[in-house]
Write a protein that binds this ligand. Structure first.
Ligand code: LLP
Length: 432
């Protein structure tokens, strides 16, 4: 493993206990809960800005575009922060494009990824004038050509190639760069398809693209994928094409556990920047988790504690519908008391109110013993937290708050019972 801890400039945290209370930047978590209740997602904007700047600095020696992966956290306040920093967006749906554009992210900084773009979505993106489509199949290439031709316009494309690299250490569901994954175009067929693309009506070859997986903690797979992509770039150049960018996708891993290491940005830059510089290409990256993961906290109240079958359970008011990662990927999230009392730690399962045994936030976790009514904070939930939440068991989705220094602002109100049924207005109900 080529990782050390995260880069030194990233070592500070926005979540510290001051005067006995966990703070988010300068705001006590208890104050946030008093105003907006639980479960509550909280995002520290200065942490996001710090992480963005660190990546920006690491990539500074080459022309580059940081296209934030909207899927990690599409809240408009987060997207506004990205826009202010100068970020672009990596989108995978019309809905994500809608959000990115509402937040003011310029269309010429948007790349459109995803294996299943519909004709409607392709048309909408062409109308906006996005930077590039990352094309995942020959069929999609034809669809884009047809739509662009019908609209009398030209689509900028890159093929998302599958470089067959194995990013170890990630959960099986987060790996995408091996040959048998559903993603991308087999690298051995890419040159042929590029040749076809170059001759297709309504298509302009603009770059090459890959995305090898998520939560990758080693720079080696990025390096290998890049080498393979740059060999392809050489081939394309001999075939008379002039790609202007190489998109390395997202996937930069972060520490979740207390003693875990994330990817060191300097090693990442050392592995990719010199190779890119030689080619004169623009580097596009699509980070999601790296930028927002560590900036998020989920505040939840303990409803009950109980014992059963020799185990201790802490029953929280946040469940798998609010945070799916523990049950879906066996994801680890550190949990801390909001007002630590210095009590003895106890091994507990922290579970939610959902009627499923798979509904837990942590299992067999040593945690300072807690009492009903107390508050807990689940850490590192800024990415794929709220974004993957649902209303399962008809639980209105949580509120989201952003904190900027000493100021806290509601970024998404808590959903209501009316929100739960709003889309079913066609159904005739009996009065009363
Ligand atoms: N680009 C593409 C084409 C992607 O598919 C993804 C993530 C990204 C960029 C951003 O990857 P990141 O930098 O955030 O690793 N729900 C899972 C993660 C799924 C990632 C899907 N694709 C989780 O909670 O860990």
């Amino acid at each position: 493993m080529q990782t050390t801890s995260e880069s030194p400039q990233l070592s500070s945290t926005p979540f510290e206990v001051r005067d006995g209370v966990l703070h988010c930047e300068d705001v006590p978590a208890t104050e946030l809960v008093r105003r907006w209740g639980t479960p509550l997602y909280v995002y520290a904007l200065n942490e996001i800005r710090k992480r963005y700047r660190a990546l920006e600095e690491a990539l500074a020696p080459v022309p580059h575009l940081i296209a934030y992966a909207v899927k990690a956290n599409g809240n408009l306040a987060i997207l506004r922060t990205m826009q202010e920093m100068g970020a672009g967006a990596d989108i995978v749906s019309h809905g994500e494009m809608h959000r990115a554009r509402l937040a003011g992210i310029p269309a010429d900084r948007i790349v459109f990824s995803g294996v299943g773009k519909t004709v409607h979505e392709i048309g909408a993106a062409l109308k906006e004038g996005i930077y590039a489509f990352n094309v995942e199949s020959e069929g999609e290439l034809h669809a884009i050509s047809d739509v662009a031709t019908a609209m009398g316009t030209t689509a900028n494309v890159a093929l998302r190639v599958n470089p067959d690299v194995h990013a170890s250490g990630t959960h099986e569901y987060m790996r995408t760069g091996h040959a048998t994954a559903k993603f991308g175009i087999d690298i051995n067929r890419a040159r042929d398809i590029y040749r076809k693309a170059a001759r297709m009506q309504g298509i302009r070859v603009r770059g090459v693209d890959t995305h090898i997986g998520s939560q990758i903690l080693d720079v080696k797979p990025f390096q290998t994928a890049l080498e393979r992509l740059l060999t392809l770039v050489d081939d394309l150049r001999s075939d008379g094409m002039e790609p202007e960018f190489v998109d390395l996708g997202g996937g930069i891993g972060i520490p979740y556990g207390e003693d875990e290491s994330g990817i060191d940005l300097r090693s990442f830059a050392d592995a990719v920047v010199p190779a890119i510089r030689e080619t004169g290409l623009r580097l596009v990256v699509e980070p999601g988790r790296f930028l927002v993961g560590p900036a998020g906290l989920l505040l939840t109240r303990v409803l009950y504690t109980k014992q059963g079958g020799g185990k201790d359970f802490v029953i929280a008011d946040a469940g798998m519908n609010d945070l799916m990662r523990p049950s879906h990927y066996a994801g680890y999230h550190e949990i801390v008391p909001v007002e630590p009392q210095g009590r003895e730690p106890l091994e507990v399962d922290v579970v939610g109110p959902i009627c499923e045994t798979g509904d837990f936030l942590a299992r067999a976790r040593r945690l300072e013993s807690t009492k009903a009514g107390e508050l807990l904070a689940v850490k590192t939930v800024g990415a794929y937290g709220f974004a993957m939440s649902s209303v399962y068991n008809q639980r209105p989705r949580a509120a989201e708050v952003v904190v900027d220094g000493g100021e806290a602002t509601l970024a998404r109100r808590r959903e209501t019972l009316d929100d739960l049924v709003a889309a079913e207005s066609e159904v005739e109900l009996l009065d009363g």
